[in-house]
Write a protein that binds this ligand. Sequence first.
Ligand SMILES: NC(=O)c1ccc[n+]([C@@H]2O[C@H](COP(=O)([O-])OP(=O)(O)OC[C@H]3O[C@@H](n4cnc5c(N)ncnc54)[C@H](O)[C@@H]3O)[C@@H](O)[C@H]2O)c1
Length: 352
Amino acid sequence: MRANQLMLHTGVVTVRIGFIGCGLIGRSHATKLQEPVGEGLAKIVSAFDPDVDRAQAFGEQFAATRADSAERVIDESDAVYVATWTAAHPELVEMVAAAGKPVFCEKPLGVDLATSQKMVDTVEAAGVINQVGLVLRNSPSFRWLYHQVRSGEHGAPMSMVFRDDQYIPTQGAYGSTWRGDVGKAGAGTLLEHSIHDLDLIEWILGPIERVTCLTANSHGIEGIEDQATVTLQAASGAICTLSSTWHDVMTRPSQRLVEVLCRDGYLALDGDWHGPLRRDVNDGQSTIEAGESTIGVAAELDGLGTNPDAAFVNAVLEGRPAYPDFRIALRAHELCDAAYRSADRNGEPVDV
Ligand SMILES: NC(=O)c1ccc[n+]([C@@H]2O[C@H](COP(=O)([O-])OP(=O)(O)OC[C@H]3O[C@@H](n4cnc5c(N)ncnc54)[C@H](O)[C@@H]3O)[C@@H](O)[C@H]2O)c1
């Protein structure tokens, strides 16, 4: 049953949501869903994870029934979250799409470009509402940067320096080790973590035409690079350097520092969500925004909310496309694949 049929044919106005995968990100989405749950728009009804303790704890925390299979979750829900480790996404997305139900899948879609392309084909052929966990598209910091650059008021962007680092997520708050298993994660820091960054870079700078990349693996985990340095050339002439690092500094869980130099302005953000944000412009004015005020700054720029899960529920209720969708994620996979091909050839440029 399609989402728009829910309201038209059954009068259902509360989306019954199921979770496949009850780990770190599953709990994070379920927590953000408490906003539409509180408004009576959604209810988390069913959850499955082969790790029974996790599923049990999730069920108790979010008042959901623990299901004994993914099929059961899909049967019992109007819309489904796929929040397992990456290698398990494609089969589960296919099951949800075959049932004709809206699906929210975590990033990366799949462990490689071909698999991700197939997932996009699957949801589009089934005609189901689909959203991907590229949640930094909802970040006030990044939306501020996007609007500052795209407004053109600072002149053409010339360079972007994008540093993204975190302690290697096979330890600490992650509470899991699958990111050290290439069969489950597909690759290391660029695919698993900085797929967000590749998406944001093209979103902010416009079409990317050429990519070069070098990778390193100082932890020595097979197939899991812990350093990637990528240059991305935009059609506009702007050039970005992305440095993505997994280290062992346990006081640094996930940190992004981004600087954009335009012809007539310097824009910077330090922090994934709430800044601080800095703008130095040609008339000698410098402004800094930080914390909750950042949300106000972003809210004035566009009407989009900062809660991706509330947005998904609304899309389902209204029977319209969700944002960002699988096709948006596919482009980030194309950039990522080009970067890995470049790294395989010792940094040779790859056109995208
Ligand atoms: N959007 C983001 O910012 C963000 C942040 C963290 C993780 N993620 C992504 O979310 C996904 C999960 O990451 P995580 O940190 O929550 O991992 P996690 O290890 O905390 O949780 C994954 C859970 O999936 C379960 N699982 C595995 N196969 C399953 C299956 N077939 N059916 C049901 N459950 C299954 C595991 O038992 C585990 O409990 C990954 O793809 C990751 O890249 C995205």
